[in-house]
Design a protein around this ligand. Structure first.
Ligand code: NAD
Ligand code: MG
Length: 385
């Protein structure tokens, strides 16, 4: 029996994780589930799983959660510190599926408690990669990637002989606008941007896929997670999303992980690792798929790729600033306060306007994150849609 905590249990990755663990109640027991403010979704999941603890990050939702779980054995709590405490409760396996840098403190608390910590939540790795890796080295926690590309690389990589790796190839579908002209992208609406062709995901990562910030953040994520220098990590557009990424070795062999575009596959890999478990996901039908296409990414139409590569190369505070500005710009886009093409412009200008020293503590990262949000927020106010 493994104990499981899910941070961000009501989101896209969170509900996929719940779907898997609920199918095997003899194998997994839920320690804690957390959410931002979706009381109904959180309470329903806590009732189904008999979770020991349910936490809402928005403390104003605590009375409603208490009422929804009255008469059940589940304890309730509210507020960001209660989410961190839930993460620290020492489950054998913790899924980090909060969206954005809001997941940083909870993920670090789970890592400090040891056990296995699964990172779907990529933004903390972008903003505070070194701090997260150092914390894992200190506590002995096992970090496993659930992001489909990174999980694919993890499965293909010979971790004992990284010097034998020539190249990592990160694949990306290219998002819903991969074939659109720059001009056509100007008028993109939030509804169009969140309708991803191959994956069903939360709003923020869907917009990130459309701008290709997601692939750029994943480039930084890969550089943090794997012992391969950043110039040896390439991005290739593969519109069918069948190959989730590849590792090329010095002899010319390329190992790819191929599978359905369903997050339950990589999540199951991390739940059972180093074993395997069954999933309800229909197998990928290669004959029906028929073909796999590959293309170079277009850095002109998708400046996010250039900005992320530059931030990774420059290091220091640049990735944290880029991530924070993107979070602000995406939120403003979803609220129709900025246009689609303005997202990358806001990120670029925030990077130009703000040059702090590289942060080497958690508090310093959080300070850079907060200031970058303020700078980006000022830029949002200047935007006309
Ligand atoms: P989502 O928006 O569907 O869910 C986010 C979850 O986090 C929800 O449970 C929400 O209640 C909670 N949350 C949101 N803001 C919070 C805050 N400030 N404090 C505490 N909790 C908060 O997001 P998602 O699509 O499931 O993505 C989660 C993370 O996983 C993201 O970092 C994303 O990049 C990554 N990821 C997602 C997918 C996918 O298929 N959805 C794939 C790969 C990686
Ligand atoms: Mg991904």
């Amino acid at each position: 029996m493994r104990t499981v905590t899910i941070l961000g249990a009501t989101g896209s990755v969170g509900t996929s994780t719940l779907d898997l663990i609920e199918r095997e109640p003899d194998r997994f027991r839920v320690t804690a589930l957390t959410a931002q403010s979706d009381v109904a979704g959180l309470a329903a999941a806590a009732r189904r799983t008999g979770a020991a603890l349910a936490v809402v990050s928005d403390a104003r939702c605590l009375p409603a959660l208490r009422e929804a779980l009255a008469g059940t054995p589940t304890e309730v709590a509210g507020g960001p510190d209660a989410v961190v405490a839930a993460a620290a409760s020492g489950a054998d396996w913790t899924m980090g599926a909060i969206v954005g840098c809001a997941g940083l403190r909870p993920v670090l608390a789970a890592i400090a408690a040891g056990g296995t910590v699964v990172l779907a939540n990529k933004e903390p790795l972008v903003s505070a990669g070194e701090i997260i890796l150092a914390a894992a080295a200190r506590s002995g926690a096992t970090l496993l990637p659930a992001d489909s590309e990174h999980n694919a690389i993890f499965q293909c990589l010979d971790r004992d002989r990284p010097e034998r790796v020539r190249r990592i190839v990160l694949t990306g579908s290219g998002g819903p606008f991969r074939d659109w002209s720059h001009d056509a992208m100007r008028a993109v609406t939030p509804e169009q941007a969140v309708a991803h062709p191959n994956w069903s995901m939360g709003a923020k990562i869907s917009v990130d896929s459309a701008t290709m910030f997601n692939k750029g953040l994943e480039l930084i994520e890969a550089a943090r997670l794997f012992p391969v220098s950043h110039e040896r990590i390439e991005i290739v557009i593969h519109r069918q999303s069948a190959i989730h990424s590849l590792v090329e070795y010095v002899d010319g062999s390329m190992l790819a992980q191929i599978g359905p575009s369903d997050m339950r596959v990589p999540i199951a890999h991390t739940l059972a690792w180093p074993d395997r478990m069954e999933t309800p996901v229909p197998p990928l039908d290669l004959v029906a798929l028929g073909r796999m296409d590959f293309a170079a990414p277009d850095l002109e139409r998708f400046p996010a790729l250039r900005l992320c590569r530059q931030a990774l190369e420059a290091g220091g505070a640049r990735p944290a600033i880029l991530n924070a500005a993107n979070e602000i710009a995406v939120a403003a886009f979803l609220e129709r306060r900025v246009g689609f093409l303005q997202i990358a412009a806001i990120v670029e200008e925030t990077l130009q306007r703000y040059h702090p020293a590289g942060p080497d503590t958690l508090d310093a990262v959080l300070a850079v994150d907060a200031e970058a949000r303020a700078v980006a927020g000022e830029r949002v106010k200047d935007c006309v849609v």
